[in-house]
Write a protein that binds this ligand. Structure first.
Ligand code: ZN
Length: 251
């Protein structure tokens, strides 16, 4: 995909995720990114509102300069800001979002080219509850698995910025070792959702489907308890050829 097409797709996806009626984000919440190539990616500028996204509210940054932070020393907030500014391809671009580091890591994963991070009310209702980790263990209906994969990855609360990016890398690697695939949904306790996709429309579909899942989980929990699908059913849905076809039709 050409660079300008990537940016236009990112703007379109961000406007879609930022629509007020979706209740995924308000004000400057959330951030989105898209991979240009192995050298660079676009990320939302700090403080920009998704519902007002334009080409100018995104910054192109050099991937290696951000990835280096993951294995470097601990940095304070000021140092991080400096390093994010230094990673810009065009030095007149605005400051990249403070959550740029986890985007940089996730965009190195196989078949991940677009990322949408939001704070949907329906999802955070679960993630801010005492029962969060327990509730999100259940898979509850076929379309959840078709669009969102075998299971979401749950990340216990960590300080945003570098500690969160390191925590995400640790948990994603553990998930890939266990499940043998890249997660499509990451749930951050007391924080929000990350959708990982090969295309912008994947990110929109995954976000919409997991927000619906969250609403159903909450309702079922309140109606006496969640009735989960069996592992056999989950495995069957995940490998069915007709479900694979439906998944591909969306991209
Ligand atoms: Zn966030």
């Amino acid at each position: 995909m050409e660079k300008s097409v990537v940016l236009d797709e990112l703007v379109r996806m961000s406007l879609s995720l930022g629509r007020p009626e979706m209740d995924y984000v308000i004000l400057g919440e959330g951030n989105t990114s898209a991979k240009v190539d192995d050298e660079s990616f676009y990320i939302k500028a700090s403080g920009a509102q998704l519902c007002r996204s334009t080409r100018e509210t995104f910054v192109e940054v050099k991937s290696s300069k951000i990835i280096d932070l993951l294995d470097g020393p601990d940095l304070n907030d000021e140092d991080i800001k400096e390093r994010l500014l230094a990673a810009r391809v065009d030095k007149t671009s605005p400051r990249p979002s403070v959550e740029t580091v986890f985007h940089a890591y996730l965009l190195t994963l196989p078949n991940v080219r677009f990322i949408g991070h939001t704070h949907p009310t329906a999802v955070n209702t679960i993630l801010c509850s005492n029962a969060a980790e327990d509730i999100v263990k259940s898979r509850i209906f076929p379309d959840e698995i078709v669009y969102c994969g075998l299971a979401p990855l749950f990340i216990p609360y960590v300080d945003p910025g570098l500690p969160l990016a390191r925590g995400i890398r640790f948990e994603v690697q553990k998930y890939m070792d266990t499940e043998g695939e890249v997660p499509k949904v990451i749930l951050m306790q007391n924080h929000g959702l990350i959708a990982l996709g090969a295309g912008a429309s994947d990110v929109e579909a995954i976000t919409a489907m997991w927000v619906k899942t969250a609403r159903i989980l909450t309702g079922a929990y309140l109606l006496g308890g969640i009735h989960p699908l069996s592992q056999d059913s989950i495995d069957r849905i995940h490998t069915r050829p007709d479900e694979e076809y439906r998944r591909r039709m969306n991209t």
